[in-house]
Design a protein around this ligand. Structure first.
Ligand code: PLP
Length: 405
């Protein structure tokens, strides 16, 4: 059970008034708000445990190193990785995908080799591959979807060829809310000896992710979308793969020895963490994961699912309502358009009522093209949202709707 009032008390920003109206924050897919414990962890880190990590013999440096490495273990346990060597801290999902795109292409792809992505990818799982396409002549194959916003699994199977080197797909769509059948996707790829990268930016805050059970080769997510700070994220990679991949960036921390003639690289996970890591961010992320674990991902998923069902049914009472993405497996994200009301108009007018939603293409322009639209209004939910907030949101849409009649 979710104790909603006690949870809301943990998020001071939720008490804010916007234009003199209580804030309703429905932009959680873009970034989540932070509980007190995460902000306190950042403050405590800078006030009490701040020193550069790993190479210092002095007390503070060792304390900061321990906290950072403990955070790595918290992440490891959170996604059930088998070793903390498999957890690489990055700046976020985007950097993690760029890391794999660059290193994997360098290590394992030749001109004409193929990566399978899907029509519902965020730009951060399209553009890094395009950069590699321009650099090395690799090609992208794109899995289409049906009218409910579910991937066409038959076509997925047919896209494999003897040049397929990697599958790189989103676990949950940030626009449609679709939760993809990742177990099946991975099994299918592994039958052909092709590794799989999953973009977990949207999935990780809403459901229990178990990388060992999924048998996924790479899994990436961002701290700020799971109640942690901005500027920190995670790349999980199977140790056997990370060992084989060439480094991404060069610098301090990722080396074992350096001379002007030759450099040898550090062991995992440091081989992929060039420069001073965000050791305050990592510990605050660990705090966020503990917060989520304390509520429990299963109660979170159940509660958010109820909110999603309620919001969807209320939205459908409007004539001329179009909801984009009605997959059988769907997370707490609703993209919609009402009649011919422009998404910016809807977003701006809701904002005046204190309601924060996102409008536009949501960094998924190819998906917008397939849907034949420029953008949508997107309401994305968290466990701190309530039915009463949905009621106010629906009243807000009614007001906007009347203005455009
Ligand atoms: N992938 C998905 C599915 C997303 O929703 C987002 C952000 O919205 C990203 C990747 C990029 O995340 P970040 O900007 O934190 O790197």
């Amino acid at each position: 059970m979710i104790d909603i009032q006690s949870i809301r008390n943990d998020f001071p920003i939720l008490e804010k008034k916007i234009y003199d109206k209580p804030l309703i924050y429905f932009d959680n897919a873009a970034t989540t708000q932070k509980p007190r414990s995460v902000v306190e962890r950042i403050k405590n880190g800078y006030y009490n445990v701040n020193a550069n990590i790993h190479r210092g013999v002095h007390f503070l440096s060792q304390a900061a190193t321990e906290a950072h490495e403990e955070a790595r273990k918290t992440v490891q346990r959170f996604i059930n990785a088998s070793s903390s060597n498999e957890i690489i801290f990055t700046r976020g999902t985007t950097e993690a995908i760029n890391l794999i795109a660059s290193s994997f292409t360098d290590g394992f792809m030749e001109e004409g080799d193929e990566v399978i992505i899907s029509v519902m990818e965020h730009h951060s799982n399209i553009v890094p591959w395009q950069l590699q396409a321009a650099r090395k002549g690799i090609t992208m194959k794109v899995v289409p979807m049906n009218e409910r916003g579910e991937l066409c699994m038959d076509t997925y199977r047919e896209l494999f060829s003897d040049r397929t080197r990697l599958v790189s797909l989103t676990h949950m769509s940030n626009v449609l809310g679709t939760v993809n059948p990742v177990k099946e996707i991975i099994e299918e790829a592994h039958k052909k000896n092709v590794p799989v990268l999953l973009d977990g930016a949207q999935a990780v805050p809403h459901m229990q992710v178990n990388v060992a059970e999924l048998d996924v080769d790479f899994y990436v997510f961002s701290g700020h979308k799971i109640y942690g700070p901005t500027g920190i994220g995670v790349l999980y990679g199977k140790e056997e793969w990370l060992d084989k991949l060439p480094p991404y960036q060069g610098g301090g921390e990722m080396i074992a020895t350096v001379s002007f003639e030759k450099t040898t690289f550090n062991e995992l996970p440091f081989k992929f963490e060039a420069g001073t890591p965000d050791y305050i961010g990592s510990t605050a992320l660990a705090e966020a994961l503990k917060y989520v674990n304390n509520i429990g991902l299963n109660p979170i998923a159940a509660y958010e699912h109820e909110l999603l069902k309620y919001m969807t049914s209320q939205l459908k009472t409007f004539e001329g309502m179009r909801i984009f993405g009605e997959a059988a497996e769907k997370g707490a994200v609703v993209s919609f358009l009402l009649r011919d009301i422009h998404h910016y108009d809807m977003g701006m007018l809701l904002d005046r009522l204190g309601i924060a939603v996102r409008t536009g293409h949501h960094c998924a322009q190819p998906l917008m093209k397939v849907l034949g639209i420029e953008g949508t209004v997107r309401a994305s939910l968290s466990f701190y949202n309530t039915r009463e907030e949905i009621d106010r949101f629906i009243e807000g849409i009614e007001r906007v709707s009347k203005m455009f009649e």
